[in-house]
Design a protein around this ligand. Structure first.
Ligand code: PGA
Length: 255
């Protein structure tokens, strides 16, 4: 399981129509479904999930969602629950993306969502990352803390279902100054491993670690080879089937 590279596409609130979503998804799926060393997961907006699910055939390409609520049902207008997600046969959920945290999601809410998602049998793609770097390394403490709170009450047996995506906020999206370097990502992947080891001892190895933030066809391989990571979380580039296929191919060809 851990040896396959995991490439996740986060479509955010794109594209604007179901027709475009179908077109992008089927193009991506065509290339991705022949890759033996890569597991591809596309996370479209909730509203497209039911439709895109019809195109899923094998195990190499799957669908995930970008958020969940932490109760299984109730009077929570506009929210979608972990039980509802898993009842559709969807197996993974992104939790704690910086864009959701910016809308008011706290570390405590992230923790509740992680626990509820695991209970419903979902794999969790937990996003962590700093908004800026400082010379004294406070950002490392910040990330360590985000992980410790998010994983409160997560037991060893659930670790194979935890994926941690390091996404430095300063490297995400159109306004990013640049992608982080492979060394920046390496520093944090080592920190994440240390935090996990202090929490779970040798079982820490079961958690997969991803990098996300301005990943493209040109830098994907550099991250995959030099940052001690198990895969990538890709935003903008995952909406361009040609560029995304380049990323997938770089992952396929890594030994
Ligand atoms: P980006 O987004 O690849 O467009 O920088 C990454 C993310 O927000 O997950």
């Amino acid at each position: 399981m851990k040896s396959k590279k995991l490439i996740i596409g986060n479509w955010k609130m794109y594209p604007a129509s179901i027709e475009e979503a179908r077109d992008k998804f089927t193009k991506i799926k065509k290339g991705a479904s022949v890759l033996r060393n890569v597991q591809t997961i596309i996370c479209p907006p909730f509203i497209y999930i039911g439709d895109l699910k019809k195109f899923i055939t094998g195990r190499r390409v799957g669908l995930g969602v970008q958020n969940t609520w932490y109760e299984n049902e109730g009077a929570y207008t506009g929210e979608v629950s972990p039980a509802q997600i898993s009842s559709l046969g969807i197996s993974s959920v992104i939790i704690g993306h910086s864009e959701r945290r910016a809308l008011g999601e706290t570390d405590e809410m992230v923790n509740k969502k992680v626990s509820a998602a695991l209970k419903a049998g979902l794999a969790v793609i937990l996003c962590v990352g700093e908004s800026e770097r400082d010379r004294d390394g406070h950002y490392l403490k910040h990330i360590d803390n985000q992980i410790r709170i998010a994983l409160r009450a997560v037991s060893r047996k659930d670790l194979p279902k935890i994926i941690i995506a390091y996404e430095p906020i300063w490297a995400i999206g159109k306004n990013a100054l640049r992608a982080a370097s492979a060394e920046d990502a390496l520093e944090v992947s080592i920190l994440i491993k240390k935090t996990l080891t202090s929490l779970y001892k040798k079982n820490a190895d079961n958690v997969r670690i991803l990098y996300g933030g301005s990943v493209n066809g040109k830098n994907a391989q550099e991250f995959l080879c030099n940052s001690q990571i198990d895969g990538l979380l890709v935003g903008r580039a995952s909406l361009n089937p040609i560029v995304f296929s380049e990323i997938l191919k770089s992952a396929e060809n890594i030994k």
